[in-house]
Design a protein. Structure first.
Length: 322
């Protein structure tokens, strides 16, 4: 996030957050993100940065309560970074900065880089502070990120949205009768963009879950803002507590979490049904997930890449292992 030009001061009731930015090599990004997510208890963001003539690097950004980065946490963070650096000096993570961010400044931060963007041939995202008149078959999603991540600008989100756009093609485009996914489960809802895209394109019932309460709050607000609250229901319940099965499941999250949840995800997928996984790095993570979900009876259908990121589509055409 670009914070240039941020001048306002917190009012007496404004809550302070500590923004933590860690730069690391691609190979350590997920491990750093998982550590920071555990420390913050909320969402984190991975942002690609220029390679500066070296191996590609990313910045992992997280937000802690104002008193969260206490001496104990600082010591733990320093030990973690030192351990990773010793294991892989080329990808050694570095604490770029930690700084206070007033909650009232959040919108100013987003305003510096979030603009109207076309994400797929039919899906356009806009922030509340910008106007946009849709053209032709465009569907516009208004997103106010709040404290959650998921404006659709990250490659993993765009890749998933491209799959979603294709899954909801009109019959004249495919030459066949429409077979829209009617029921959708969105695991790791973020700002709600994937859930709302499915609803805008034809899903009739979308269940969205996230263990980050800031994400749940942001998604609820965006769902209301787009008039989709009758279709999309969002909550902080655990996947194990979600009833029923679904035509389409989207899961945009870290590789290790996808592996951990894989069996539970497959049990929620109908026959026939489609699973979209993203938030994955090409190469080892991609191959690992293929093996996991194919081992659980799903058919690997397609992968889509953007830079180092990849999204995978699996289909369930038979019962297979459970």
């Amino acid at each position: 996030m670009n914070e240039a030009g941020r001048k306002s001061r917190p009012g007496p009731e404004a809550r302070l957050w500590t923004k933590v930015v860690i730069e690391t090599g691609r190979g350590s990004c997920e491990e750093v993100a998982l550590f920071l997510a555990e420390m913050t208890g909320g969402g984190v963001e991975c942002v690609s940065v220029s390679d500066r003539g070296h191996s590609p690097r990313e910045q992992v950004v997280g937000y802690l309560g104002s008193d969260a980065l206490n001496p104990s946490h600082k010591s733990r963070l320093a030990a973690f970074l030192e351990e990773l650096g010793a294991r892989d000096p080329l990808a050694a993570p570095v604490l770029v900065r930690s700084e206070p961010v007033p909650e009232e400044d959040w919108r100013h931060i987003w305003r510096t880089h979030f603009r109207v963007s076309r994400l797929t041939p039919r899906l356009v995202v806009r922030p509340p502070w910008e106007e946009y008149v849709p053209k032709g078959e465009e569907r516009v999603l208004e997103i106010d990120p709040g404290m959650a991540f998921g404006t659709g600008l990250h490659a993993s989100t765009r890749l998933t949205l491209s799959f979603i756009d294709d899954l909801f093609k009109e019959p004249e485009e495919t030459g066949t009768a429409p077979t829209f996914p009617e029921t959708v489960l969105d695991i790791g809802v973020g700002t709600g963009i994937l859930s709302m895209a499915c609803a805008r394109l034809g899903a009739r019932d979308v269940t969205a879950i996230d263990n980050d309460l800031a994400a749940v709050s942001a998604a609820e607000g965006n769902i209301r803002r787009n008039g989709l609250e009758r279709i999309v229901k969002v909550s902080g319940v655990d996947l194990a507590a979600v009833p029923g099965s679904f035509d389409l499941i989207t899961a945009n999250m870290f590789h290790n979490i996808l592996v951990e949840l894989a069996a539970r995800i497959v049990r929620r997928l109908r026959v026939p049904g489609t699973l979209l996984c993203s938030g994955i790095l090409e190469g080892g993570q991609e191959e690992s997930l293929r093996q996991v979900f194919e081992g659980l009876g799903l058919h690997f259908t397609e992968s889509r890449h953007e830079g180092e990121w990849v999204a995978l589509r699996f289909d369930r055409t038979g019962d297979g292992p459970r």
